[in-house]
Ligand binder design. Structure first.
Ligand SMILES: O=P(O)(O)OC[C@H]1O[C@](O)(CO)[C@@H](O)[C@@H]1O
Length: 249
């Protein structure tokens, strides 16, 4: 695993944007797996700026998002589709039809999960998967539980995730209780995984994911078994790692 320790959120965002742009330059028709949440906002803004300046094109790029809340329409201001439009897609030259986000309004969610997996397979998997990390170690919306779930699936959000994401809603009561998420198998099949973390409140999850036992109780810990993981964090988020200059643990 490669670790980049950056001074702060801005530097972490620039580093991740650099790694993503390197992939886009290397393979202009790459498949990027994308994440939502507060962490990637700075990364997306940096990519949009380079695109606006003409330094980077997303014309042939395909994007596949990790997850979506169940029951929120794509136009809902807290849906992950809306998040992606506002923070990235509306500001870059990507073709809208090349951007995939699970449909949280699907009448038959199980069918939507299989459709998403088939679509991922048809695309040949992701070249680079960007991940944030939940405070409880979740990746995508793969919450701590008794087993790793391989395929895209419907998940019951944990209380800690509902509380963490309540900041985006009027109150915790409005946070959807379910989501559709890419499974651990789809994430692990990415050719490269880029994990972005920022802030003291992620330090414990980073430590448990990369230095603790591999267990579905800490979904991010599965990444220890991936052959090409790049972890980029600011000092606060990486503060519990024993030595961030080389291997994590
Ligand atoms: O970047 P944040 O807002 O801390 O979120 C971390 C993780 O939590 C989620 O937002 C889901 O709760 C993920 O999409 C994200 O990777």
């Amino acid at each position: 695993m490669r670790i980049y320790q950056e001074a702060d959120y801005a530097a972490m965002s620039r580093r991740c944007a650099n790694l993503i742009s390197a992939e886009v330059i290397r393979k202009p028709d790459c498949v990027l797996g994308l994440a939502t949440g507060s962490t990637p906002v700075g990364i997306y803004h940096q990519l949009a700026e380079w695109n606006r300046k003409g330094d980077l094109s997303f014309w042939d790029v395909i994007t596949v998002n990790l997850d979506e809340y169940r029951g929120l329409a794509p136009t809902h201001t807290q849906s992950y589709r809306d998040f992606m439009q506002k923070n990235l897609f509306d500001h870059i030259d990507i073709r809208q039809e090349n951007t995939y986000v699970p449909n949280g309004m699907a009448q038959d969610p199980e069918e939507e999960c299989s459709r998403y997996d088939s679509m991922l397979r048809a695309l040949g998997g992701t070249d680079l998967q960007l991940l944030g990390l939940g405070r409880n170690g979740h990746i995508g919306f793969n919450e701590p539980g008794p087993a790793f779930i391989k395929e895209t699936h419907v998940v019951e959000l944990s209380q800690s995730t509902i509380e963490a994401n309540a900041r985006f809603f009027e109150s915790a009561d409005e946070v959807p209780r379910q989501a559709i998420t890419m499974g651990i198998g789809c994430i692990m099949e990415a050719r490269r995984v880029l994990v972005a973390v920022s802030g003291e409140d992620k330090a414990e999850a980073v430590y448990r994911s990369f230095c603790g036992p591999i267990t579905p109780e800490v979904p991010g810990s599965i990444l220890q078994l991936h052959g090409d993981v790049v972890l980029v964090g600011d000092r606060a988020a990486l503060s519990r790692l024993p030595d961030t200059s080389e291997e994590a643990c």
